[in-house]
Design a protein around this ligand. Structure first.
Ligand SMILES: *Cc1c(COP(=O)(O)O)cnc(C)c1O
Length: 478
């Protein structure tokens, strides 16, 4: 497909601006552009067709099943969009006086109260723009806490080897040393390894529960206690909250700080670079370090910066409209609907896991939470067909592939998360396609390396794309 610059045709343009009716001021010569600015020239009709064609080549939740594990690609009710598009939320300016945006501050406060209730935390900041950004913020809170007490020796963050890659990356960016601990044979934290790892240099532990193999760590109270007794704090990676939202709370599991991914659990459009939100909740002991401003009072509301704030991590109040979408989602589901969503997410994953166990090996047999990990190592040994080949094959049937090769502790991993928003009929169709691909892998393995045959793009050179990314269009003309 041609780029918009390649479609450009001199003279095809839109002139929407009226002629200038004020004196034109010239800029100093050194500020003036030396080359003419290269802008594509197309008619409105051509632009419209270009973007419609592009949209047809992407894949989203509205196109088909999107069982991308660890990402919770659920359906986003359109009523959330309606709420976020209300002019009272969109036609405001971040520098407006507090007195003129009391409704928006009320919405922020309400979202904070509800999400604190859901997580068992005391305060929350909405500044972070994504989960990883929230991790970084939460770790800075932990750092500020120790340093504020004059304890400068706590430099280590313990991270299980099943963790999402962002966990060690955030810990390292926040200036900590990462200590990786192995998982036990059951896929959960190895308590002996944890006990050996903690000490006077422990700043904290980062954990997601349920973890990345889709298991709820039954030793969670013991785990958080071991870290607390060593003087460390516990960080909850909330990316997997969809499995337990409204049922158990990280705060009650012994966690001191948590990030949520509003674009996962709380149903905001996700992927494609759309704005996300990774609010960070904390127990009272960390509240004085939160980024500012936070919303204070209970009407009229004030914006204030906590006393020992770590400073801003993003401009203003974070991605405000994403918070509105989450708020609309929580209020429409309510006290009964939220835990029901979690129960259905777990039921769906277990249904698919039970069905697919007949054809594929599972990383951890038995019941799972909201997602499960298939292990295709044996299939690859016998047929040469890899997890990648199966994932690519799904594309021909209009199904987005599951997460591949993650978690790193499972070889030839495919991680499936159907979410609560898929119907049994859709799940049955996905199961049918998985089965068909397994049969074909045994029957004609060579053909599997060619898949997909009908997708908009076939196999990409992913290595070159990652090693030598082309990040901008190089124009030929002056
Ligand atoms: C998605 C995810 C993250 C990172 O969240 P982003 O919003 O993508 O930055 C962290 N941990 C886990 C387990 C995740 O699935």
């Amino acid at each position: 497909m041609k780029l918009i610059f390649e479609k450009s045709c001199g003279g095809h343009r839109l002139d929407l601006l009226p002629p200038c009716d004020v004196p034109v001021k010239s800029y100093p010569d050194e500020l003036l552009r030396k080359k003419t600015l290269l802008l594509p020239e197309l008619s409105e009709n051509e632009i419209s067709r270009h973007y419609t064609k592009l949209a047809g080549r992407t894949f989203g939740v509205n196109d088909g099943c999107y069982p991308l594990g660890s990402c919770t690609m659920k359906y986003n009710p359109k009523v959330n969009e309606t709420a976020a598009a209300l002019p009272g939320f969109t036609k405001i300016h971040p520098l407006q006086p507090e007195s003129s945006v009391q409704g928006c501050l009320h919405a922020l406060k309400l979202a904070e109260t509800l999400l604190c209730e859901i997580t068992g935390m005391d305060r929350m900041t909405f500044q972070p723009a994504a989960g990883a950004h929230g991790e970084f913020t939460g770790l800075l809170l932990i750092k500020a806490y120790h340093e504020h007490r004059g304890d400068f020796g706590r430099r280590k963050i313990i991270v299980p080897d099943s963790a999402h890659g962002t966990n060690p990356a955030s810990a390292s960016m926040a200036g900590f040393t990462v200590v990786s601990i192995p998982s036990g044979p059951d896929g959960c934290v190895d308590l002996t390894a944890l006990k050996e790892a903690v000490g006077e240099d422990t700043a904290g532990l980062m954990l997601t529960n349920p973890n990345t193999v889709g298991l709820f760590d039954k030793n969670i109270l013991e785990i958080t206690k071991i870290v607390h007794e060593a003087g460390g704090l516990n960080y909850y990676d909330g990316a997997n909250l969809n499995a337990v939202v409204g049922i158990v709370r990280p705060g009650d599991m012994g966690f001191d700080v948590v990030h949520l991914n509003l674009h996962k659990t709380f149903s905001t459009p996700h992927g494609g670079g759309g704005p996300g939100s990774g609010p960070v909740g904390c127990k009272a002991l960390l509240a004085e370090f939160l980024p500012g401003p936070t919303v204070e009072g209970d009407g009229p509301y004030r914006l204030e910066t906590p006393e020992h704030s770590i400073g801003k991590v993003k401009a203003f109040y974070g991605n405000f409209l994403v918070v509105i979408r989450a708020l609309a989602y929580i209020l429409t589901l309510g006290r009964e609907g939220i835990p029901d969503a979690a129960r259905y997410a777990v039921l769906h994953a277990n249904y698919m896991k039970a069905e697919l166990s007949r054809d594929y090996d599972m990383a951890c047999p038995g019941l799972c939470m909201h997602e499960f990990v298939m292990c295709l190592e044996e299939l690859k040994k016998q047929t040469g067909v890899s997890a990648l080949d199966i994932a690519k094959g799904l594309l021909d049937d209009g199904i987005h592939p599951p997460t591949m090769y993650f978690p790193l502790i499972v070889p030839e991993a495919l991680m499936v998360e159907p979410t609560e928003t898929e119907s049994k009929e859709t799940m049955d169709e996905v199961i049918r396609v998985f089965r068909k691909l397994k049969e074909r892998a045994v029957r004609e393995p060579e053909a599997m390396h060619e898949l997909p045959l009908t997708a908009a793009v076939r196999r990409l050179d992913e290595v070159t794309a990652a090693r030598h990314p082309k990040l901008k269009y190089e124009a030929e003309t002056e």
